[in-house]
Ligand binder design. Structure first.
Ligand code: FAD
Length: 399
């Protein structure tokens, strides 16, 4: 049995960007919230292109003002066919002004984002932080009993599983997950360069996957280079000078002279989809709920929509005196997240497969599709809006 003081409305497990954002949003609804997450330095150098409503959400949480000076605006997106194949797509340029926006969003170092989220989370008096790990998670009819690695016991009417790919929460909820390994890996590193990026993100499509140069503040970009696992291993082992040269060659010198900064990481890529997004008083957010290859910058943007949606449903439930972990709330969460996550996973998987395909008709279809998007304004504008958020969610102004 837990004392009343250890009984929470909601407990969030996991302190990555999705978990921290969910914890803040839930505490801001007035729910008595626990966050079980180790305080540890962010482990890699990933950056996130925050698109559309993500910045508005972070603004509403009072997180954005704490990190916006570390972010670079993304005003143009260029797709360049660098496959060298017989059938090639024309270059496509998406400009934010074409859909009446000042920017598509902002690219930010995950470390800066996490630090702003941590700062805000520490200010909320109804958000109790446990610098710990959840060890056992036992859902029951009335609540979920939690035990931490340090032996603390608590309970919550709703648990948010923000514990990433190997989610213990997902397992405790009895939710099965479908995994598909892709024979691809993403190498990430940051670069300085001699020519201005002019707030243009450029994606070179190679036969092994896209290599994208995303603006950071100043004369810097983050690079996400998707390729075969073997090639990623070769690239990560290069000296700084060799990798700088390889990146300059891959960017066709559009950024001038390239100098790599310290820190490189390789991420094996896969697609993961759970059977449900919520069950037995447990709702999944972030990578516990969806894993995608880093194409089109969708992963954390979806994770932030998960956080916003569950917070909104909890707010509605608590306002009407309803249990925030009731089957009705969980079913509604499952319904709203399913449409968003499934449609994006399908689109990204298709875009990736069409790029990797050696099948000539598929290459022609891809080239024709990009040609149509490049040539017809209305189609291009639909693609841009859909890239920012699903059509049924309003695209808010950022900037
Ligand atoms: C190369 C690359 C580039 C990307 N670029 C973009 C981009 O531009 N835009 C975008 O939107 N997305 C992007 N993504 C996706 C994005 O990085 C992820 O969606 C996001 O980081 C996932 O955050 P998360 O909080 O769900 O998971 P994580 O960051 O994995 O956090 C999970 C946390 O839970 C903790 N945890 C696990 N188990 C427990 C437990 N039992 N108790 C307590 N804590 C626990 C872990 O320690 C971890 O801190 C990219 C991904 C990659 C690989």
């Amino acid at each position: 049995m837990n004392d009343a003081s250890d009984a929470y409305d909601v407990a969030v497990i996991g302190g990555g960007p999705a978990g921290l954002a969910a914890a803040i949003a839930l505490a801001e609804t007035g729910a008595n919230t626990a966050l079980i997450a180790r305080r540890a330095p962010y482990a890699d150098n990933r950056t996130t292109a925050l698109l559309g409503g993500s910045v508005d959400f972070l603004q509403a949480l009072d997180v954005w003002p704490r990190c916006q000076d570390k972010a670079a605006a993304l005003q143009t997106m260029r797709l360049v066919d660098d496959t060298g194949r017989l059938i090639r797509a024309p270059e496509v340029r998406f400009s934010c002004t074409e859909i009446g926006l000042e920017t598509f969003g902002y690219n930010i170092d995950n470390r800066a984002l996490i630090s702003a989220l941590e700062q805000r989370a520490a200010e909320l008096s109804n958000l109790a932080r446990f610098d710990d790990e959840a060890k056992t998670i036992s859902p029951d009819d009335a609540d979920v009993a939690l035990q931490t690695a340090h032996g603390k016991s608590l309970s919550a009417r709703l648990v948010i599983g923000a514990d990433g790919r190997q989610s213990l929460c997902r397992e405790a909820a009895g939710i099965a997950v479908k995994r598909r390994e892709l024979n691809q890996a993403a190498l990430t590193f940051n670069i300085g360069h001699s020519r201005s990026h002019r707030n243009i993100s450029t994606e070179f499509h190679t036969p092994q996957g896209p290599c994208v140069f995303v603006p950071l503040p100043g004369e810097r970009c983050s690079v996400v280079w998707v390729t075969s696992p073997k090639e990623a291993e070769r690239l990560i082992a290069l000296t700084d000078d060799e990798l700088s040269e390889a990146a300059e060659r891959q960017s066709h010198s559009i950024l001038g002279r390239v100098t790599v900064e310290p820190g490189r990481y390789v991420f094996p890529l896969g697609i993961e989809q759970p059977g449900q997004f919520a069950q037995h008083r447990i709702a999944l957010v972030g990578e516990a709920a969806h894993v995608l290859p880093p194409i089109g910058a969708q992963g954390l943007n979806m994770g932030l929509r998960d956080a916003a949606d569950i917070a909104e449903l909890v707010r509605e439930a608590m306002t009407s005196g309803e249990d925030p972990g009731s089957p009705r709330v969980l079913q509604r969460y499952d319904r709203v997240r399913r449409a968003d996550v499934r449609s994006r996973t399908f689109a990204i998987d298709l875009a990736n497969r069409s790029l990797l395909s050696d099948f000539l008709p598929m290459q022609s279809l891809r080239a024709a599709g990009l040609h149509l998007i490049g040539a017809f304004g209305p189609l291009r504008r639909i693609a841009m809006r859909e890239g920012l958020a699903p059509w049924w969610r309003p695209t808010q102004r950022v900037g």
